[in-house]
Design a binder for this molecule. Structure first.
Ligand SMILES: NC(=O)c1ccc[n+]([C@@H]2O[C@H](COP(=O)([O-])OP(=O)(O)OC[C@H]3O[C@@H](n4cnc5c(N)ncnc54)[C@H](OP(=O)(O)O)[C@@H]3O)[C@@H](O)[C@H]2O)c1
Length: 311
């Protein structure tokens, strides 16, 4: 278990590891969480789902008829329904006094802050968490769960969370931090996925195997991770000059991708978006700087939007 500074928090140090856990929500993710906890064997797991009949394959779990009964059965409540409104709606009738609630639905940092205040008003110790994994990765080394909020709740829940993900990262007491980092990661992921799908169309139209393209990308991941670290270090240091590869090259490459799409008759929406965005960087005078200078374009646009909203 890692804390926000990257230091390892040993789960063995967490003296209050609970043995009774309520899992609310048996969608694909909640089911994976409940199964992982149940398979460990040493927890008593009680599950609840709005629609009954979703417990096939969950051996050894108790099934609660409603959220109130599920919460009553355990000191630790892990909620993983579709969103915050559904979570609070499910917990509304439960007695949360003295419970540790870990909220795992995807939402904004504002959602997390509101849910923390809501839980505190009901006497619960609240943790907000975000899962960086798909259900089949739960319990595997490659999965990560980000956690923020009450330190005492983390001490109580950390050991159980560590059974759900290879890395459990406590990113601090500011309860919105896990959701904020989750959104930052999702922003990168979904932008990359759209690029991936355009890349798949390039392969298809050029007679190449899409699976080979995926293998190529997987092999290139260490280099891509290096680029990510390089750009985020530059943004942190506000150092954009003397790049190895200039922003103007990204804009120009976007234009070549558009030309290719038109030559072969595939949709050009993704390269047009890339060329337009990097074009904004060039127009702002950052063509000779690092592509990371795009953050200055986004900051200026945020300021303009804020000025517009204030009028
Ligand atoms: N799947 C992933 O890869 C993934 C990854 C990271 C994070 N997450 C997050 O994990 C959360 C759960 O995701 P999921 O994949 O399990 O699928 P989902 O479709 O987001 O959630 C389905 C679950 O939410 C329940 N639900 C929906 N509305 C409800 C309501 N008003 N009251 C009570 N329960 C309600 C469903 O109950 P019913 O069965 O009764 O419909 C079901 O248990 C989401 O916030 C998602 O963003 C998912």
């Amino acid at each position: 278990v890692r804390d926000g500074g990257g230091a390892v928090r040993h789960v063995d140090d967490m003296t209050t590891a609970p043995v009774s856990i309520a899992v609310l929500g048996l969608g694909p993710m909640g089911y994976a969480l409940a199964r992982a906890l149940a398979q460990r064997g040493h927890h008593r797991v009680t599950v609840w789902n709005r629609t009954p009949g979703k417990t096939a394959g969950l051996d050894g779990v108790a099934v609660a008829p409603d959220p109130r009964a599920a919460v009553a059965a355990a000191p630790l409540v892990i909620a993983c329904v579709s969103d915050y409104a559904a979570t609070l709606g499910a917990l509304e009738a439960a007695d949360l006094a003295g419970k540790v609630v870990v909220q795992l639905a995807t939402g904004t940092p504002g959602d997390a802050r509101a849910a923390a205040a809501w839980a505190a008003a009901r006497g619960a110790d609240y943790l907000d968490a975000a899962i960086l994994a798909v259900p089949e990765q739960i319990g595997r080394p490659e999965s990560t769960i980000l956690v923020s909020g009450s330190e005492t709740a983390f001490r109580a829940a950390g050991a159980a969370l560590a059974e759900l993900a290879g890395t459990v990262s406590y990113v601090g007491p500011a309860v919105g931090a896990a959701a904020a980092l989750d959104f930052a990661v999702l922003s990168y992921l979904f932008g990359g996925l759209l690029g991936l799908y355009h890349g798949a169309r390039i392969c298809e139209v050029e007679g190449l195997r899409v699976a080979d393209y995926g293998a190529l990308l997987a092999a290139a991941m260490p280099a891509l991770a290096g680029m990510v670290a390089h750009d985020t270090d530059r943004i942190q240091a506000e150092h954009y000059t003397a790049p190895q590869s200039a922003l103007a090259i990204c804009a120009r490459t976007g234009d070549v991708l558009i030309r290719h799409a038109r030559e072969v008759g595939i949709d050009d929406a993704v390269p047009r978006y890339l060329a337009t965005e990097f074009g904004r960087g060039v127009a702002a005078g950052f063509g000779d700087e690092s592509p990371a200078a795009m953050v200055k374009v986004l900051r200026a646009a945020s300021s303009a939007a804020a000025r517009g909203a204030a009028r």
